[in-house]
Design a protein around this ligand. Structure first.
Ligand code: ZN
Length: 348
């Protein structure tokens, strides 16, 4: 027990201790508890006020009273820590209960993508031609004027160079207007015999219901010691049957391309109506799918390939056009829009 005489001050201290302990017990939140701690033990709290009264004690009593105050403080700090821990646990439990996630709820259905019709057509054509020994090549999208035009026997005054058709980067560079420059790159860097497929995006200053400013082409080139129109016709006929379906016929119509001689437009039996006539083939039963011909000797000359030791044929198709014909798409502009409702129709 206290040895000093001032029992009133010690009693006051004990009474305050009991009061503080009771008040910690009744706090209903950690915030309220903290406020109570500040009230009793804070810098300007109740116990600080009591300490000020130490001046009324004798010199001998003071250290003992100071010790007692410290003991009370230790008890209160411990009581506070215990009460705080209990309250915080209660609060966290309550919060978790209110934010509980129902793991049994079904999730949103996963949006599964599908192969875009452009890539589907490219992969399918590359697969068919691969069986004939053709392998895939790609080339730069920005081409030198030389590769896009001159090496392909398109002279400076040719209408294809018109500003309305070609995106010029500068005086000597263009966005390639066709995939045919790939042929020149191949002829320059590889040794014949060659069987290659070139594919990728091409660009033209042109946009309406049947033309896109950015579309895709695929073309094939065969270079060997003895190549004829008959080889070309056989290759195209095989391709048409594999790609659009067996029983379809192929016909060549004479045409003109600067890089082939002779040249032909390729038609095949309309795959939609099987030749009976429909809106896609404008009731003719035939549909144009691309162009082809024997490689013009001038192209070989530009690429420094010896002619007639080496001869060749080339053919080209528009990928979007092939997709339209194969899948019966009625507006070419649907293809680059990438609307999922459209693309999802091509799920394998
Ligand atoms: Zn038709």
């Amino acid at each position: 027990m206290l040895a000093f005489d001032s029992m009133t001050l010690a009693d006051k201290l004990q009474s305050l201790k009991a009061e503080a302990l009771a008040s910690f017990q009744t706090a209903d939140s950690s915030k309220a508890l903290y406020d109570k701690k500040v009230h009793y033990l804070g810098k300007s709290g109740v116990f600080t006020e009591v300490m000020k009264e130490m001046g009324s004690l004798s010199k001998e009593e003071r250290p003992q009273f100071g010790k007692l105050v410290n003991e009370v403080k230790v008890v209160l700090e411990a009581a506070y820590a215990e009460a705080e821990q209990a309250l915080k646990k209660q609060e966290i439990d309550a919060q978790m209960l209110s934010e509980e996630i129902d793991l049994s709820l079904p999730s949103y259905p996963l949006q599964i993508g599908s192969e875009h019709p452009v890539h589907r057509v490219i992969n399918e054509i590359a697969g068919i031609m691969g069986r004939l020994g053709y392998s895939l090549r790609q080339g730069p999208l920005i081409e030198k004027d030389y590769y896009n035009f001159e090496a392909l026997n398109i002279p400076a005054d040719h209408p294809a160079r018109d500003m309305q058709d070609t995106f010029f980067i500068d005086k000597t560079h263009v966005l390639r207007t066709h995939t045919s420059p790939i042929q020149i790159h191949s002829l320059e860097s590889e040794k014949p015999p060659l069987r290659i497929i070139g594919t990728g995006p091409v660009f033209r200053c042109d946009s309406d219901i049947s033309h896109l400013p950015n579309f895709h082409q695929i073309e094939g080139m065969c270079v060997d010691t003895k190549v004829s129109m008959a080889d070309l016709k056989g290759t195209i006929s095989f391709f048409v049957k594999e790609f659009f379906g067996s029983g379809l016929k192929t016909r060549f119509r004479p045409s003109f391309f600067p890089f082939t001689e002779p040249s032909a437009e390729v038609d095949c039996t309309c795959p939609i109506c099987k030749g009976k006539g429909c809106s896609l083939c404008k009731q003719s039963g035939w549909i144009e799918i691309g162009g082809c011909g024997l490689i013009n000797p001038k192209v070989f000359q530009h690429a420094h390939v010896e002619y007639p030791k080496w001869q060749g044929f080339a053919f080209g198709f528009g990928i979007e056009r092939m997709a339209i014909i194969k899948y019966g798409i009625d507006d070419i502009r649907l293809i680059p829009e990438n609307d999922m409702r459209f693309v999802r129709q091509f799920e394998v």
